[in-house]
Design a protein around this ligand. Structure first.
Ligand code: GRG
Length: 290
């Protein structure tokens, strides 16, 4: 699993480095690269490729789409660390982008990574027909804006130090973290023109995988050390973040996550050996708390 993840990370970084090399030189390139290449598991690209295997989508095409996803992810982390958001000084074991380059530069580098994602999806070198590209761009926009990452982040900040019920916490986490995973699960279906019913099924699988990933991230915040995960830990409680742990407690949240993983795997059962990779990725996500 780790070897596979490393290959995807290398291929994604190779594509992005080449893509940026072919662009005009600007002052924002350095902070953009800092946000993009300072590490990162590339788990979203892995899921895109896992689902792509089920539907027989070309690996190199998915690396390009995954690169666009990683640009959005990097932008969201840069902005998430800003003083006006979560105010974190450490990311991936290094100073956050605003610590290294200043706040205004970090905002602009984040914005530039957000738009770069759509430039990559609309590029003529992405070998897909125009109609499919438009569908991908629309889906990624919906996953990133007020109905996705940005909307979820608003709720995350708005819910701090308040008593929030489980339905609302899950809705916030699916938006903040899940929607980018949803995009990864849907893209292979959009590329291969699958029907609405199947699209609905994989939308719900994507939401669930994203939720699982966020729950595990919250569990890691409680038990892991800053040194191990490369970002400040034990901060959710201090900030009064609304998480499942704050509602159910640590042990019950693990049970919730395990059940959620089984529910996702059940939805993928009918794909037999084709779902082997995605099942391995789900195990990997849950094993991060061990
Ligand atoms: C300002 C319009 C505007 C939007 C900002 C900041 C923001 C929107 C959204 C933040 C959402 C966010 C950071 C969610 C957390 C998701 C999460 C668990 C991130 C960690 O992901 P990993 O573990 O990171 O995949 P690596 O380092 O491996 O890439």
């Amino acid at each position: 699993m780790q070897k596979n993840l490393n290959k995807i990370a290398n291929d994604t970084n190779f594509f992005l480095k080449k893509y940026l090399k072919n662009q005009k030189k600007t002052n924002l390139l350095l902070p953009m690269k800092y946000g993009l290449f300072s590490g990162g598991k590339k788990i979203r690209s892995k899921i895109l490729i896992d689902i792509g295997k089920i539907f027989g989508v070309d690996y190199n095409t998915l690396i390009k789409i995954g690169s666009a996803v990683e640009c959005i992810h990097a932008y969201s982390l840069i902005h998430d660390d800003l003083p006006c958001m979560d105010n974190d000084l450490l990311r991936r074991g290094k100073p956050s982008t605003h610590v290294k380059y200043g706040e205004s530069t970090a905002v602009l580098a984040g914005n530039s990574l957000l738009t770069l994602a759509f430039e990559i999806l609309s590029d003529k070198n992405l070998n897909l027909n125009e109609k499919i590209k438009v569908k991908l761009i629309k889906q990624l926009s919906q996953s990133s804006g007020h109905t996705g990452i940005a909307g979820g982040q608003f709720l995350d900040l708005h819910y701090e130090k308040k008593k929030i019920d489980i339905k609302k916490i899950i809705d916030m986490q699916i938006k903040k973290t899940g929607k980018l995973f949803t995009f990864c699960c849907l893209s292979p279906l959009l590329i291969t023109n699958r029907n609405e019913k199947l699209i609905r099924k994989f939308k719900s699988i994507g939401d669930d995988i994203g939720l699982l990933f966020q729950i595990v991230d919250d569990l890691i915040d409680v038990k892991s050390s800053s040194k191990k995960v490369g970002k400040k830990t034990k901060k959710d409680k201090k900030k009064g973040k609304a998480t499942l742990i704050s509602l159910l407690g640590y042990k019950n949240t693990i049970i919730y996550a395990e059940k959620l993983k089984l529910r996702i795997q059940k939805k993928l059962n009918s794909y037999g050996y084709k779902s082997k990779s995605i099942n391995q990725t789900l195990e990997y996500i849950l094993n991060r708390i061990k």
